[in-house]
Ligand binder design. Structure first.
Ligand code: SF4
Length: 205
C-alpha cells in the first residue's frame, strides 16, 4: 500500500510533547487517531499526568483518542528478565514491542489502515529498532507500519518548542521505574546496572 492509499492511522502515543510534533507531520496526509498505551509508566500519578496532556492536546485539535489498559503487571513480566540492562538495551526493545503489539491488535480490531508511533521523537530511543519491530508486527497483523525517525530534521527540537507553546508538562525520565532510578547516577540501582553491564562485557569478551 502506498501513502496515497493510506487513510486512517492509529498513532501509538507515548506523551503529549512527542505527539505535538508527530501530529504536525502526519495531519496533512492522514486521519490520525491517538492510542495512548503505556503501562510502562510509573508511578501511576506520572501516568495520569502524561495521559492528561495527551487528552488535552487531542481535545484542542479534535483528535480522537483511545486509551489502552494500564496493565503494568503484564508489562513487568515482559521486561523483568532485562531489568538490569539499562536504557537502550533489550529491556527497551521488549518495552517497544509490548506497546507496539497492542497497537497493532487494536488497529486490526478497529480496521485502521496503518500504525505509527511517536516513540522515535526521542533521541534516547532506538528508532532503527523501533522500526524493525514495527515492520515485523506489520507482517504478522497484515497492517501497514509507517516507519519514522521523527527526531530527525529538527523534529525533537520542534516537539520542545511546541510543548512550551502549549504549556505542556515535559517529563524528566523515559517512563518506567527503572529509568527513573537510573537518572540518579549516585543511586544503588544505577550502580547495580553498571555492575551488571561490566560483568556481562567481561564474560562476553
Ligand atoms: S527506559 Fe523507557 S523504553 Fe526502556 S523499558 Fe523503560 S520505559 Fe521502556
Amino acid at each position: 500500500m502506498n501513502s496515497s492509499q493510506l487513510h486512517s492511522v492509529l498513532l501509538h502515543t507515548c506523551c503529549g510533547p512527542c505527539l505535538t510534533h508527530v501530529y504536525s507531520v502526519l495531519t496533512s496526509q492522514f486521519d490520525v487517531h491517538v492510542f495512548f498505551y503505556n503501562p510502562n509508566i510509573s508511578p501511576q500519578s506520572e501516568y495520569k499526568r502524561r495521559l492528561s496532556e495527551v487528552v488535552k492536546f487531542s481535545q484542542q485539535h479534535s483528535i480522537p483518542v483511545t486509551i489502552g489498559q494500564y496493565n503494568q503487571k503484564e508489562w513487568f513480566n515482559v521486561v523483568k528478565p532485562y531489568r538490569f540492562y539499562g536504557e537502550l538495551s533489550p529491556r527497551c526493545h521488549a518495552c517497544y514491542a509490548f506497546r507496539l503489539e497492542e497497537t497493532f491488535k487494536v488497529a486490526r480490531k478497529k480496521n485502521f489502515n496503518a500504525v505509527c508511533t511517536t516513540l522515535t521523537v526521542s533521541p534516547y530511543k532506538d528508532a532503527q529498532k523501533i522500526n524493525e519491530i514495527g515492520s515485523k508486527l506489520s507482517k504478522v497483523y497484515d497492517i501497514t507500519y509507517i516507519p519514522s525517525d521523527f527526531k530527525a530534521h529538527g523534529g525533537y527540537q520542534h516537539s520542545i518548542e511546541l510543548s512550551k507553546q502549549y504549556g505542556m508538562y515535559r517529563q524528566q525520565y523515559c517512563g518506567c521505574v527503572y529509568s527513573k532510578l537510573e537518572r540518579k547516577k549516585s543511586s544503588l540501582w544505577f550502580k547495580r546496572v553498571e555492575e551488571f553491564n561490566n560483568t556481562n562485557k567481561t564474560i562476553n569478551k
